[in-house]
Ligand binder design. Structure first.
Ligand code: SAM
Ligand code: CA
Length: 219
């Protein structure tokens, strides 16, 4: 390729995080509290949290959705960027994971902005559509079970206003999307990446931040 692409080794990645993330104490605390968790690798990086917060502010978002909360780091980053009267509908099936985050949401003073809904996210999103909330959300972050990503994408498109933004995580899936799929999650991500690239309902870009993030703006 003629243009410069900078690969991140550990040293450069540390430099990038140090010059992007502006973590406050509860964010660093939640990262510490998650570090020993066997599934800690599911948490987004501090640089990606910073990026999500910037997106919220660029959008002037007041109402946001998160599909896949884990221990609550990405929810905390989004909630911190929302205005005082902003609300985040946070969807997860695990009380065990999400209960780790609440004390840090409290410490950061944003717990009241976060409505945690435990249960299959598809049912939660369908209930919100049925309740007449279509077109009322500004932002959605999709980061739960990969086989359901397409269904989450479709529900979030309904729930977003025109000009609203969906951020979809792990679209590069450790690099496996570029090779023939050997498992269902890779195949699901490949199919969704193909679909969104051609989807004229949205403006889009795929970014190599973290494990890959696609941004799709509802037209
Ligand atoms: N966004 C989080 C962060 O950055 O810390 C990471 C989310 S983790 C990759 C995926 C989460 O999706 C897990 O917490 C899991 O419990 C949740 N999940 C899996 N299947 C789900 C479903 N059907 N509905 C809702 N949440 C689900
Ligand atoms: Ca993720």
């Amino acid at each position: 390729m003629a243009h410069r692409n900078t690969a991140l080794d550990d040293e450069l990645r540390a430099y990038l995080v140090a010059h992007s993330a502006r973590e406050i104490a509860p964010q660093a605390g939640l990262r510490d509290a998650t570090r020993s968790h066997p599934a800690a690798g599911m948490q987004i990086g501090a640089d990606q949290g910073q990026f999500l917060g910037l997106l919220i502010k660029l959008l002037g978002a007041r109402r946001a959705i998160e599909v896949g909360v884990f221990t609550g780091y990405s929810a905390l980053a989004v909630a911190l960027a929302l205005p005082e009267d902003g609300r985040l509908l946070a969807c997860d099936i695990s009380d065990e994971y999400t209960r780790v985050g609440r004390p840090f949401w409290e410490a950061a003073g944003v717990a009241a902005k976060i409505e945690l809904k435990l249960g299959p996210a598809l049912a939660t999103l369908d209930a919100r559509i049925a309740a007449g909330e279509a077109g009322q959300y500004d932002f959605a972050f999709i980061d739960a079970d990969k086989s359901s990503y397409d269904a989450y994408y479709e529900r979030c498109l309904v729930l977003l206003r025109q000009g609203g933004l969906i951020a979809i995580d792990n679209v590069l899936w450790g690099g496996s999307v570029a090779r023939p799929a050997k498992d269902a999650d890779t195949a699901a991500l490949q199919a969704l990446n193909d679909k969104i690239h051609a989807d004229q309902r949205v403006d889009m870009a795929m970014l190599s931040i973290g494990d890959g993030v696609t941004l799709a703006r509802k037209r």
